[in-house]
Design a protein around this ligand. Structure first.
Ligand code: MRU
Length: 340
């Protein structure tokens, strides 16, 4: 397989390295990943995270294992195990389905390598396309708001929603970004702040519960978020807290855009109610952990509800920014997502 280099995934000289996103920004640790067991652990612990990135990393590993002589039977199991690592982001399932199709070819090693390379390359190109379409929606002087992390760390390219900001910034637009810290795992505070800082984009970090008062004061012009799965009717799942923002945006007349590649579409999923939502450990809510150590503040017996994602209904979305263009409510009501 040729060298494949992205912000959080590096494949080179028969070696796959994953940047630990749980330890960023204070520690930059690359883990070598050599087995499916390790990959599943990296995905489930969010050391690699973001809908596109988990599918891309798993695909590269499977192609690498095929090149190392892993049997067809073991590869079938590997694909099925990776597919089940996290339930919400459909990109992972789409990538694993493509790898399974490649595995069914007679020259399956070559087919797996070509498929993994193309998944990587296509994602990079789709990020550029989304960034180009999305940046046209941004005006000079806009105050933007985002949730979770949708940057280069989460994709093979410049990212989804964050890629839009980068493109607008590179086009010379003067923008400022409000960054939701994104409890419980702080992808905003840890990763989005880190990426925007590296890109020299002006940002201000806020706690998630501060967005409402900013909107009430007229300090947010537009919201851009990513997605883990978009249903055929335009409802979509994204990091928990996205739905809160959509409701607030609707109340305050703030434009609300979702940015995702077509690989995040699940047209077999009729509406958001059918999207499986991952439930995670209570310790993520009763405290926090990271490169700084770990701290648990809630009572040990506290009962916890911790869904990793929520579903935003299509009627709260101003526009869907995909790599094929920007779609508006009337297009989506007319079923355009089913034809992409
Ligand atoms: O649990 P995570 O960090 O994997 O959740 C990620 C998100 O919700 C992102 O917004 C989504 O995957 C889009 S990333 C381009």
């Amino acid at each position: 397989m040729k060298a494949l280099i992205a912000a959080s995934i590096k494949y080179q000289d028969n070696q796959l390295l994953i940047l630990d996103q749980y330890l960023l920004p204070h520690e930059q640790v690359w883990h070598e990943c050599e087995s499916i067991r390790e990959m599943i652990h990296l995905i489930q612990s969010l050391q690699i995270r973001g809908a596109p990135a988990i599918g891309i990393a798993a695909s590269i590993l499977i192609a690498m294992l095929a090149e190392r002589g892993t049997s067809k039977m073991e590869l079938t199991q590997a694909i099925s195990d990776c597919r089940a690592a996290r339930p919400t982001a459909v990109n992972l399932m789409n990538c694993m389905d493509a790898m399974q199709q490649a595995l069914e070819q007679s020259e399956f090693v070559d087919a797996l390598v070509i498929t993994a390379e193309s998944i990587f390359e296509q994602d990079r190109l789709m990020c550029d396309a989304m960034a180009t379409f999305g940046a046209q929606l941004i005006n000079d002087g806009d105050n933007l708001l985002t949730h979770c992390n949708t940057g280069a760390l989460a994709t093979a390219g410049v990212g989804t929603a964050l890629g839009v900001f980068l493109h607008a910034h590179q086009a010379g637009k003067n923008i400022h970004v409000w960054v939701d810290e994104t409890r419980p795992l702080l992808q905003g505070g840890r990763l989005t702040a880190y990426e925007l800082g590296n890109w020299k984009i002006d940002y201000t970090l806020i706690c998630d519960n501060m967005a409402a008062s900013l909107m009430a004061k007229g300090k947010v012009d537009k919201i851009f978020v990513g997605a883990d799965r978009i249903a055929a009717n335009g409802d979509f799942a994204n990091k928990v807290g996205t739905y809160n923002l959509a409701v607030l945006a609707n109340f305050h007349n703030v434009e609300f855009y979702v940015v995702a590649p077509v690989t995040t579409l699940d047209i077999d999923c009729e509406s958001g109610t059918h999207i499986p939502i991952e439930q995670r450990a209570s310790s993520e809510v009763t405290g926090v952990s990271g490169s700084f150590g770990s701290c648990q503040w809630a009572p040990k017996q506290a009962k916890v509800y911790n869904p990793a994602f929520d579903v935003t209904p299509a009627n709260l979305v101003t526009g869907w920014v995909l790599d094929t263009g920007v779609y508006y409510p009337q297009d989506v009501l007319n079923g355009c997502l089913k034809t992409l």
